[in-house]
Design a binder for this molecule. Structure first.
Ligand code: NAD
Ligand code: 6OD
Length: 487
């Protein structure tokens, strides 16, 4: 067996070992490949204090241009270790290597470069008004760092989602304490190495490992000594963190769960819609918060669509992450596999027709110990079924027919969530008309999961609070104040 690595916390520029350890498991075969140092309450507090001290240390004097240069060094550092990051993501999650290369690590680099560009080009508002005596007053808006930001991230796109928060937080001059998911500690640990090499002042970036409740996540989010918290994860966890943040009226930004719809009109480019729904339902084994678990297809093309999606789904290659033509690896963990399989069973109990999949693949090798499930298509459920309302977060979609535009808008919006929607149509005014009525933070037309990083991202309803991306990130990660000067 290969040697088992030890993943440590990183606090105040030093690597920190703790007594409590937990195992990092490869979801391909269930083997333990690393031990992770869990931060207790005192260790998390040490990280927060280091960040607080760093906020008033040399980092405070860095100009925007100097911070941008630091961010670019981090991006370069990730690029230099590109394959190590790919390996870290693949070992933690089991995702296909080609996906880790083209999406996860590429986006990690892009996040740092984008925010480096943004802070060196951002402009602020300035207004001219008059004082009571008629003298001219200029009013301008400044941004100061908020202070110490707690960043808590999930396991589904570990590096992408972590850097999406770390980059703008550092860009605006804050210090951070990050807590990656217990399922995916590896790429965050590599990122700490890169940041150490990039020469940021001690304490600007701190990393603590651990779980949520009664562990590092809870200690970080309930600490009175952080200034803001940005969280990506389940809506239920967001509620718990929001309660903690209410004490002390902390700034919060939440990117939470989804139960997203894909809407396919009969006038859509059929092949493009099929390819698009394959991507939006099965990318990363369905473990992207933006994935479509509800697919609505206009009745004239419903039967043809179901038949073709089934054909394409049954051809998906489920296997080892490093095989060239693999489409899907395992789910992130055996625990998550059990959750997804419980929904496969619930769907059957609720009366669904299983069009494809519905179980676990059998390989006859070590992968049978892994967290694999089959990509699954269902039909026949009413919109009221639990499988149509609850986020499953696996490679599963349910296809329903619809008859009118009004009906599909109403059914798409009939959800406690409001994260994303994709519409497939070649009718220009329909695309605009429908998109404008969908209650989600983002609507894609004839595409999915492509977004300029300068645009806002976030969810409506249970899917989140606030927006990040471009200047929306600059706003969240800063204390905005107005200066009015009578001339
Ligand atoms: P999760 O909420 O279980 O965990 C997310 C993080 O929060 C982990 O680091 C975990 O350790 C920590 N945590 C858990 N309980 C906590 C507590 N009580 N206090 C503080 N920290 C706590 O989510 P997950 O299972 O890791 O991720 C999957 C979920 O994330 C899905 O619901 C998915 O839709 C959502 N997600 C949303 C977005 C988005 O942008 N909207 C992006 C990715 C994932
Ligand atoms: O595109 C992004 O920046 C983003 N936050 C994507 C979220 C994906 C969820 O799994």
């Amino acid at each position: 067996m290969a040697s088992v690595q030890l993943l440590r916390c990183f606090i105040d520029g030093q690597w920190v070992e703790t007594d409590r350890r937990f195992s990092n498991v490869n979801p391909v075969n269930g083997e333990v490949f690393a031990q992770v140092c869990e931060a207790d309450a005192a260790t998390v507090q040490r990280a927060i204090q280091a960040a607080n001290r760093a906020c008033s240390g040399p980092w405070k004097k860095f100009s925007a241009v100097e911070r941008a240069a630091a961010l670019r060094r981090i991006a370069d550092g990730i690029e230099q270790r590109f394959e190590a990051f790919v390996q870290a993501e693949v070992m933690d999650t089991g995702r296909p290597v080609h996906q880790a290369r083209s999406l996860d690590v590429a986006r990690g680099i892009a996040n740092f470069r984008t925010f480096a560009d943004l802070i060196t080009t951002a402009s602020g508002d300035m207004f001219e008004s008059a004082a009571p005596d008629g003298a001219k007053v200029i009013n301008y808006v400044t941004r100061k760092p908020l202070g110490t930001i707690g960043i808590i991230s999930p396991w589904n796109l570990p590096l992408l989602l972590l850097t999406w928060k770390v980059a703008p937080a550092l860009a605006m001059g804050n210090c951070v304490v990050v807590k990656p998911s217990e399922e995916t500690p590896s790429s965050a640990t590599l990122l700490a190495e890169v940041i150490q090499e990039a020469g940021l002042p001690h304490g600007v970036f701190n990393l603590v490992h651990g779980f949520g409740p009664d562990s590092a996540g809870q200690y970080l989010s309930t600490s009175p000594d952080i200034d803001a918290i940005t969280f990506t994860g389940e809506s239920r966890t967001g509620t718990t963190i929001m309660k903690a943040a209410a004490e002390g009226v902390k700034e919060v930004s939440f990117e939470l769960g989804g139960k997203n719809a894909a809407v396919v009109f009969a006038d859509a480019d059929f092949d493009a819609a099929i390819t698009g729904v394959m991507r939006s339902s099965f990318t990363n084994s369905g473990q992207v918060c933006l994935c479509s678990e509800r697919v609505y297809v206009e009745r004239p093309i419903f039967d043809r669509f179901v038949k073709e999606l089934k054909r394409r789904t049954e051809r998906l290659v489920v296997g080892y992450p490093d095989t060239k033509d693999v489409d899907m690896g395992p789910l992130v963990s055996l625990q998550h596999r059990d959750k997804v399989l419980s929904y496969y069973q619930l769907a059957k109990d609720e009366g669904a027709t299983v069009v494809a999949g519905g179980g676990v693949p059998v390989f006859g090798d070590e992968r049978d110990m892994g967290a694999y499930v089959q990509p699954t298509i269902l039909t026949g459920l009413p919109d009221t079924a639990r499988c149509m309302r609850e986020e499953i977060f696996g490679p599963i979609c349910h296809i329903s027919p619809f008859d009118t535009e009004e009906e599909v808008i109403r059914r798409t919006n009939d959800s406690a969530y409001g994260l994303a929607c994709s519409i497939w149509t070649t009718h220009l005014s329909r695309a605009h008309r429908v998109a404008s009525q969908i209650q989600t933070g983002i609507v894609w037309v004839n595409t999915w999961f492509t977004r300029d990083l300068r645009t806002p991202f976030g969810g409506a309803k249970l899917s989140g609070l606030g927006r990040e991306g471009g200047r929306y990130s600059l706003d969240f990660y800063s204390e905005i104040s107005t200066i009015c000067i009578k001339l």
